[in-house]
Ligand binder design. Structure first.
Ligand code: ZN
Length: 218
């Protein structure tokens, strides 16, 4: 069997990385490693890694790189050598990219491609500001600025929809700012290695998916 592709889906919050990763996962038959899901898993289950992360959160401090790296690499290295994976939400700074590269190269499992989904700031603000989650089944929904969010229910299970603190307007601006200053330098890191592909992410999901597939040569 051919070796599975090892990919990073890169882009600002609201770029649709999770959605594209889901589509790719089905098509390429590789694991989807979402940093957000992994953190929620470790925190929810109270694992050793989760407890380490929680110590900092309780103090109101940022989770340091080494904890984030351990959480992601623990998962990446659990994937069999010949299986592929899609990383989504990691790496978020050049240090994380550097540690990931060193770890993968010890097993000759270097990344095949880093797909950068580029989205303009007004479009990000529109998308994130309209993002609601079902309290019961966690499925994401979009509610436009002209619609009444409190009147809407989950279209999967009828559950109550709510907006995460992370998706409130001031938090959204802050997340984009952090992405611009701390995360975008990772693009240069991967461009130097010749694995970076830029894709315009302002288009609808299926069009972005076509561009991603074309970039992967399938
Ligand atoms: Zn639901």
């Amino acid at each position: 069997m051919a070796q599975g592709l090892r990919l990073v889906l890169f882009g600002p919050p609201g770029a649709g990385k999770g959605t594209q990763a889901q589509l790719l996962r089905e098509h390429l038959n590789v694991a989807h490693i979402s940093s957000g899901d992994l953190f929620r898993h470790h925190l929810g289950q109270g694992t050793e890694l989760g407890l380490r992360a929680k110590e900092y959160m309780n103090k109101g401090e940022l989770i340091p790189d080494e904890v984030t790296i351990d959480i992601i690499l623990d998962k990446v290295m659990s994937i069999p050598n010949y299986d592929g994976f899609i990383l989504d939400g990691f790496p978020r700074n050049p240090n994380q990219a550097d540690v990931l590269e060193k770890k993968l190269s010890t097993e000759s499992r270097n990344l095949d491609k880093v797909i950068h989904i580029d989205v303009s700031e007004p479009e990000l603000l529109r998308r994130l500001g309209g993002r609601y989650i079902c309290r019961a089944c966690q499925s994401p929904h979009f509610i436009g600025s002209g619609e009444d969010a409190s009147a809407k229910k989950c279209d999967q299970c009828g559950g109550e929809l709510y907006q995460r603190d992370d998706d409130a307007p001031t938090a959204v601006k802050k997340r984009i700012e952090v992405y611009n200053t701390e995360t975008t330098p990772v693009l240069g890191f991967y461009r130097e290695r010749g694995v970076l592909v830029d894709i315009s992410g302002d288009n609808p999901v299926d069009e972005v998916n076509k561009l991603v597939m074309a970039a992967l040569g399938s």
